[in-house]
Every structure is written in structure tokens, then in C-alpha cells.
Design a binder for this molecule. Structure first.
Ligand code: CP
Ligand code: NVA
Length: 309
């Protein structure tokens, strides 16, 4: 158990390497022996709220919390953007009087920062415009199920330099995993986040890179992709399809680069950013990754809420 409990998971950089490795270990322990943790959140209530649609995040938190003996209240996007009916400050102040933690998927990262500032319970970022830490933690747990040493893994991310790519960069940098983003020109990651990841990588020894050239990922181990147009972006897919098509994950790419495993956070657009052949093929760890969302999130909740484990 840590001596100073971490309050929130907002960016994913709240955890240092040792804490992140401990979290992955706990996620694997919960996965291996769920019964042992069936009362770990007994008597605790969480609110999971969503300004955007969700399948995996919604269901994995809901079922995951129940598996730990806790209780969750789901609030969907019908409530509209937070801060409309009442201020985020009042929203967080009220929720904090009733629940033990808030899981929130929001448009604007600042909403989470405000919620954490004005509430008095842990806030977990379950996706915002800039980060998706629960996803990246599940992804590295999945990679570590297949590679014993994360500091020897080379992860290639192809496509849009979005929230998921940012969290992979930051988490890889903390864990010492080499991460290269291959994005079309003009669609790279946020420059400040990349610089922050570089600073973390300097401590762990990870090598990070951004390129628009697929040749940069020759000999890599794992390829990752995500939608080319994220939620909240009104750009029509047809408008960017042609630009992104060379960055598709397909069998030819795997053959050419020697990449052995493939990840996708989903929802996937089959035969756009990834072919059905690869998604359903032997290199795919995509459903393991989806399953692991639940286990790692349960580890996150136990760590932040200080349940028995
Ligand atoms: N990967 C992920 O967060 O999926 P959902 O949007 O369905 O929650
Ligand atoms: N980048 C995607 C991830 C979905 C889980 C989005 O923000 O829509």
C-alpha cells in the first residue's frame, strides 16, 4: 500500500514507473482471482458520467465496480455538457457529498481539472480531448501479458495524433517503452504533450519519435491504431480518408515490418484504419485489450479509493 494515496487520475502522469508497474500487477492479480477482490469496494459508490458515447468504458466500469462489491450510478450524455445546467463546481461539490469517486468522460480536459479542484473525492479521467489514461494503462497491461520486459518493447502508433496517442506516449515514456507515432503531416500529437513525454522518457530511457514515414517502424513489435476522426471532431471521414489510407494497419504492413501484435482501443472502423483480416487474425490482441480495461480500472479504483487489496 502506498503511504500517500493519489487523489486523481487526470492525465496518467500521476503515477511514476514503480506505481504504474504495481498497478499493472494488481490488474493482473484481479484478473487471475476476481473472487479475492469481490468485497474490496464494499460500501463504496461511484458516479460514472459521460458527455460522449461509450460501450467499453461504460460497461467495464459498471460491471467492474459491481465485481468489487461497489455500486455505480451512470449518468449519460442526455445531461448535456457539464456546466450548462449548473456550474462544474456545484456539480462536483454535490456529487462529492454522496459518492466516493467520480469517473468522467468529458469534451474538455479543463472540466476534469475543475471537478478535481472543487470536489473532494477522486476523479478518474475516462477520456477527454487530450488523454485516455485508462485505455493506455489497459494497453500496457495487455502488452505486458505478451512481453516480459516493457522496456524492451517497441510500440508503433499509426494514424491521428489524438488523445489515445498522447496517453500511449506518456505511459510508454514512464514505463521505458519505445513509442513511435506515424501520422500524416498536420495530424501529429500535441507539441507540448510530446515534449512532456520526452522529459519523462529521459528518466526511463525510452525512445520516442514522431514521423510521417511508415519506414520508421520497421522491426517494431506492436502496432496500434485508432479512429482517424475522434468524437467531437466534425470532420467528415471522407475528407481525411485518402490522406490516412497509407497509415492503415493491414497484413502487408505486418509482413513488411515484422510487427507481431496489433492493438486498437475500439470502436474500430473495419477496413479503414485497420483491415478486418488483421483485426480478426492471429496478431490481434484487441479483445484482450478490451477485457483488460475492466481489470486495470478496478486496480485504479482500488488504488485511488484505498479499498482492501
Ligand atoms: N475504447 C473506449 O474507450 O471505448 P468506448 O468509447 O466504447 O468506451
Ligand atoms: N480517439 C477516440 C477514442 C475513442 C475511444 C475518440 O476520442 O473518439
Amino acid at each position: 500500500k502506498r503511504s500517500t494515496p493519489m487523489q486523481h487520475l487526470l492525465t496518467g502522469t500521476e503515477f511514476d514507473q514503480a506505481q504504474l508497474l504495481a498497478l499493472i500487477k494488481l490488474g493482473k492479480a484481479i484478473k487471475a482471482d476476481p473472487k479475492k477482490y469481490s468485497q474490496s469496494l464494499a460500501g463504496k459508490s461511484l458516479v460514472t458520467l459521460f458527455e460522449k458515447p461509450s460501450l467499453r468504458t461504460r460497461v467495464t466500469f459498471d460491471i467492474g465496480i459491481a465485481k468489487l462489491g461497489g455500486h455505480s450510478v451512470y449518468m449519460d450524455q442526455q445531461n448535456g455538457a457539464l456546466g450548462k445546467r449548473e456550474s462544474v463546481k456545484d456539480f462536483a461539490g454535490n456529487l462529492s457529498r454522496w459518492c466516493d469517486g467520480i469517473v468522467a468522460r468529458v469534451f474538455d480536459h479543463q472540466t476534469l481539472v475543475e471537478m478535481a479542484e472543487h470536489g473532494s473525492v477522486p476523479v478518474v479521467n475516462s477520456l477527454c480531448n487530450l488523454y485516455h489514461p485508462c485505455q493506455a494503462f489497459a494497453d500496457f497491461m495487455t502488452i505486458s501479458e505478451n512481453y516480459s520486459d516493457l522496456s524492451k518493447v517497441k510500440l508503433a502508433y499509426l494514424g491521428d495524433g489524438n488523445n489515445v496517442s498522447h496517453s500511449l506516449l506518456l505511459t510508454g515514456a514512464i514505463l521505458g517503452t519505445d513509442v513511435t507515432l506515424v501520422c500524416p503531416k498536420g495530424h501529429g500529437p500535441d507539441v507540448q504533450i510530446f515534449q512532456q513525454a520526452q522529459a519523462l522518457a529521459a528518466q526511463s530511457g525510452a525512445t520516442l519519435a514522431v514521423s510521417d514515414d511508415i519506414a520508421a517502424i520497421e522491426g517494431f513489435d506492436v502496432a496500434y491504431t485508432d479512429t482517424w476522426v475522434s468524437m467531437g471532431d466534425s470532420t467528415p471521414m471522407e475528407q481525411v480518408m485518402e490522406l490516412f489510407m497509407p497509415y492503415q494497419i493491414n497484413q502487408a504492413l505486418l509482413d513488411r515490418t515484422g510487427i507481431r501484435h496489433v492493438l486498437h482501443c475500439q470502436p474500430a472502423h473495419r477496413d479503414l484504419e485497420i483491415t478486418s483480416e488483421v483485426m480478426d487474425g492471429p496478431a490481434s490482441l484487441i479483445l484482450d485489450e478490451a477485457e483488460n480495461r475492466m481489470h486495470i480500472q478496478n486496480a485504479i479504483l482500488l488504488t485511488l479509493l484505498g479499498g482492501q487489496h
